[in-house]
Each structure stands twice: as structure tokens, then as C-alpha cells.
Design a protein around this ligand. Structure first.
Ligand code: GDP
Length: 368
């Protein structure tokens, strides 16, 4: 899970370190073949042992800050030279930053990070690193930390769904409406949430409000049967808002704590889908609107989340199929683009394969 992006980030950080520290290394003299040896007298060469002794002495002197140099000019010149050779600090210039960031930009874009998120990361890291005096020894850590801080700002702090429900003290049921495009794993994810609530001894009912697909009503009923949860449904093509209404009415009369409402994922136009969603919301007045998207679809999922958020205002996100997503960029993008938290990752086809999202775990997954 997300190991592709993790490896690429690791390799970028280490390459960047080499590049920056490398630019400070004294350049190697270029070897050229001499056509004929010049016949000039040269000083006899010192032996390697003698040369090492001299170098050691110089280093020792620098350490003690005890340079015994006669003229102030000579002292200044030598100090400058030694400083360059042995200085452990350097300042990252804007041009160098732009060059190294262009590589990171490519890594991020290739791994499903949306362009506006890449721009945000660039701005954050630039503020953190450019013009700052950095110790070469800490360079890798500095780059890592600036990236980490930026990502921490990008991903929103999740709330605990189960806690939120447990803390809900009103006499009516807690209503959750779930959205997402067909095939994104919506039905499976709803069943996973149902399982999670049951595990926490929270009673629930399912509302099959995706009345545009007969298969979807059937699928949800199957899950209901397996989980031992009642499913409120109606005929294929009936009014989804009225199914939602019936499910809430049922829960209220039976004193059931939670209503999970499935909705349609495809209609002939985006506008008609959004109008339908608005109607369901108007009728059911949900406590939470959760978008379910497929982690592997990258920018598609990000765009869907954005569209739903603009039309109906989502409260949280669940990304399914994260277990088969090597890239991981969708998780960064959906959260930033919508400003809403990811609550869970779907990490498999079983009911238990729902992983609670945490910022720390996300950073760990990215090796930061
Ligand atoms: P819907 O059309 O959006 O309701 O999608 P479904 O719930 O029917 O899921 C479509 C397919 O994705 C099914 O084969 C599911 O088993 C599979 N699926 C759902 N969630 C996950 C997940 O987190 N990981 C994996 N690997 N597969 C999943």
C-alpha cells in the first residue's frame, strides 16, 4: 500500500542530498593527456605520508582555531579556503531548489498527487528550506521534515466516526448518507461500516436508496442478510428520497441508533445525479455525508470528491481499494482539494478490511 510513492520519495530525498552536498565538493581536476612533458623544474614531490601529516596538522589547527598565518590577507584567504572545504553548513539557493523540486514534482504527479497539491507542497518546502543555513549532516532530515510538515498541513485531521455516534444523545437516529460512483466499492464499504458499528454494539438499519440499479438493491440486501441487519428498500426506479425517509421512520419507531443510506452512483447526467442527491439530503437531513472513492483512480476520485463537495458539502471521505493502490497520491489530493478528512481506507474485500485513517500512519506509509 502506497509503497511506490514511498520508494520514490526516499530515492528523491537521497538524490537531492547527494546533489546539494556534491555541489560543495571541490571539483576533481580533469585528466588530459599531455602531448609532451614540459621540461620545467618542479619541486620534489612530498611522500604520501608527509602530505597526510601536513593535512592532519592543518585540520588540527582549524579545530583549535589556531591558525598561525603571518599576514592578515594570507589569513583571510586561507580561512576562506578552509571554510569552504570543511564547512558543514550551506545555504540553499532558489535556483537550486527549483531544479531539485522539478524532480519531486514529477514523482508526485506520476503518483496521483493533484497539481494544486504539488504547488502547495512546493510553496511549503520553499519557505522551509530556501535561504536557510542548513547543516549538511542534517540535510536529509531537513528535507524529510519539510515534506512531512507540508503533508501534515495537507491532510485533514479525521474525527472518530464511532465516537461521534456514541456521543450523539438525541432521541432520533443518527443519519449517514453515503455517496460515490458505481463500482467504487460503495456497497462493500457500507457493509464494512455496518460491521464496524455492530462490533461497537451500535444498532443500525440500511436504506437501499440506489433505486437506479436493481443489482444494487439486491447487493445491499445480501450484505444485510449476511450481517443480520435490516434493509429498507423499495421497487427499482422508485423515489430514492422516499426510501431514505422510510428507513429513518423505521429506525425512529424501532429505536435504532443509526441509518446508513446508500445512494445512486450514476445517472444520465451529472446534474441530475446532483439534483437527486440534494433531494435525498433535503428529506433525510443527514448528520454526516460521506464520499466513497476509489484510491486507485487518482485524479478521477479527487475530481468526484470535489464535485460532490461543491454540490452537497461532504463531511468525510472513505477511500476504498487502498490495498491495491501503490501510488497513494489520491489520499493527499482528496483531503486537500475538499478540505475534508479521510476517515477510513478500504483495504480488502472482507468486512473487517476497513482501516481507520490516521495522519501518523499515513506519514509512516510514505516513509516520512
Ligand atoms: P459499488 O458498485 O460502488 O457498490 O461497488 P462494490 O461495493 O460492488 O465493489 C466493487 C468491487 O470492488 C467488488 O468486487 C468489491 O469486492 C471490490 N472492493 C470493494 N472495496 C474494496 C477494497 O477496499 N479493496 C479491494 N481490493 N476490493 C474492494
Amino acid at each position: 500500500m502506497f509503497s511506490g510513492l514511498k520508494d520514490k520519495l526516499k530515492s528523491w530525498i537521497s538524490k537531492t542530498k547527494d546533489k546539494i552536498v556534491g555541489t560543495e565538493k571541490p571539483s576533481k581536476p580533469v585528466k588530459t593527456k599531455a602531448k609532451s612533458k614540459p621540461k620545467v623544474k618542479t619541486k620534489p614531490k612530498k611522500s604520501v605520508k608527509e602530505e597526510r601529516k601536513v593535512t592532519e596538522k592543518i585540520v588540527e589547527d582549524i579545530k583549535k582555531e589556531n591558525l598561525e598565518i603571518s599576514s592578515p590577507e594570507e589569513k583571510f584567504e586561507k580561512q576562506g579556503f578552509f571554510k569552504k572545504l570543511f564547512s558543514s553548513k550551506f545555504t540553499l539557493q532558489k535556483e537550486d531548489f527549483d531544479e531539485i523540486f522539478s524532480e519531486l514534482e514529477l514523482v508526485l504527479l506520476e503518483n496521483n498527487v493533484a497539481y494544486e497539491v504539488v504547488e502547495k507542497i512546493k510553496k511549503d518546502i520553499e519557505i522551509q528550506l530556501v535561504g536557510k543555513e542548513i547543516d549538511k549532516k542534517n540535510l536529509e532530515e531537513e528535507i524529510k521534515n519539510s515534506l512531512k510538515e507540508s503533508i501534515l498541513k495537507i491532510i485533514q485531521e479525521p474525527f472518530d466516526l464511532v465516537e461521534k455516534i456514541k456521543n450523539f444523545k438525541e432521541s432520533r437516529p443518527f443519519v449517514i448518507v453515503l455517496f460515490g460512483i458505481n463500482g467504487s466499492g460503495k456497497t462493500t464499504t457500507i457493509a464494512k461500516i455496518a460491521k464496524l458499528l455492530l462490533k461497537n454494539k451500535i444498532s443500525l438499519v440500511l436504506g437501499a436508496a440506489d433505486t437506479f440499479r436493481a443489482a444494487s438493491i439486491e447487493q445491499l440486501s445480501e450484505h444485510g442478510k449476511k450481517l443480520g441487519v435490516e434493509v429498507i428498500k423499495s421497487q427499482y426506479n422508485s423515489d430514492p428520497a422516499s426510501v431514505a425517509f422510510d428507513a429513518i421512520k423505521h429506525a425512529t419507531s424501532k429505536n435504532i441508533k443509526v441509518v446508513l443510506i446508500d445512494t445512486a452512483g450514476r445517472m444520465h447526467t451529472k446534474d441530475s445525479l446532483m439534483k437527486e442527491m440534494e433531494k435525498i439530503i433535503r428529506i433525510s437531513k443527514p448528520d454526516l455525508k460521506i464520499f466513497i472513492g476509489e484510491s486507485i483512480t487518482g485524479n478521477d476520485a479527487t475530481l468526484q470528491a470535489k464535485t460532490f463537495n461543491e454540490a452537497i458539502g461532504i463531511d468525510g471521505i472513505i477511500l476504498s481499494k487502498a490495498d491495491v493502490d501503490d501510488k497513494g497520491g489520491t489520499a493527499l489530493s482528496v483531503s486537500y482539494v475538499t478540505g475534508k478528512p479521510i476517515l477510513y481506507f478500504g483495504i480488502g474485500q472482507e468486512y473487517e478490511n476497513l482501516e481507520k485513517f490516521s495522519k501518523e500512519k499515513m506519514l509512516e506509509r510514505l516513509g516520512l
